[in-house]
Design a protein. Structure first.
Ligand code: SAM
Length: 263
């Protein structure tokens, strides 16, 4: 499946698959992951908590009536996948998965199929080119962008090493009223030494990496109504037992997440 060139360079999606205990990773990915784990020993916790936020937020959105999902930065399939969460609540929910890595899409097409009612489509696209993604989604016709959708970007935006303010504004502008934006991304606010050290390892290996501050993440939700509890670490988003989580856990997870609704 992979060429020699693809196996000589670690891939973000395969490193992440390794953190999550998956099998779709190679020696080159595990070596990079080992180095990153030394700098930030809790990155596996961050990956798992991000994944659980995806489950809770997508369930919340499906229960809120959303039936169309556009997920950018899909990653190598890990059960349960986004469409399984959405279609458990609403079997007719439609999902379009987008990733810029063709190898991820090959894995995804092979492993993820819809049910009798809910359609799934896969598109290659780069989140930094929002107009191209939106046009491809329109051409694909699985989703109707004149109706509300949920746009999700889970564990994606920390791979873009420049401002995405304009990118996010373009996506938000294109959303129909009643749509939602759901994001989870890495921050250095709680454990700057560890997260910055891990970020440096990514960059040395020519993998883009950029942790984000709370204000920057909040800015991406400009013009949207933030769902309570706003921009928070993902283990603090709509969890009943939240009082039991110690503050030190925020440093382990080192991510921000939020969900916002376009009025
Ligand atoms: C860490 S995985 C996240 C997987 C899944 N969303 C989750 O939260 O479990 C990040 C994915 O983003 C993709 N990605 C990285 N840069 C991207 C870009 N510029 N545009 C689209 N996808 C990108 C990678 O190929 C990878 O599959």
């Amino acid at each position: 499946m992979y060429s020699d060139a693809q196996l000589s360079q670690p891939h973000p999606s395969r490193i992440y698959d390794y953190y999550l205990g998956g099998k779709d990773n190679y020696e080159v990915d595990r070596l990079a992951a080992a180095e990153i784990l030394e700098a930030w020993p809790h990155i596996r916790t961050a990956a798992r908590v991000n994944r659980r936020f995806m489950h809770r937020s997508i369930q919340f959105l499906a229960e809120s009536g959303i039936r169309q999902f556009l997920d950018i930065g899909t990653g190598i399939p890990t059960e349960p996948n986004l469409h399984q969460i959405a279609q458990q609540v609403a079997p007719a929910a439609k999902v379009v998965y987008v990733d810029n890595d063709p190898l991820v899409l090959t894995h995804a097409r092979a492993l993820m199929t819809g049910n009798e009612q809910g359609a799934i489509a896969y598109l290659q696209g780069d989140v930094t080119e929002p107009s191209a993604i939106l046009q491809a989604v329109q051409r694909n016709r699985t989703l109707d962008l004149s109706q509300p959708i949920a746009l999700s970007m889970m564990a994606l935006l920390h791979y873009i090493d420049h401002s995405v303010d304009d990118v996010m504004a373009t996506f938000v502008e294109a959303l129909a009223p009643g749509s939602y934006l759901a994001i989870c991304t890495i921050t250095a606010d709680f454990a700057p030494e560890q997260v910055n050290a891990a970020q440096e390892i990514y960059r040395v290996r020519k993998l883009p990496a950029q942790a984000r501050g709370r204000d920057e993440v909040t800015g991406w939700f400009a013009g949207l109504d933030l769902v309570e509890p706003g921009v928070v670490p993902p283990h603090r988003w709509r969890r009943a037992e939240i009082a039991e989580v110690p503050a030190s856990y925020d440093a382990k997870v080192s991510c921000y997440c939020a969900v916002g609704r376009k009025l």
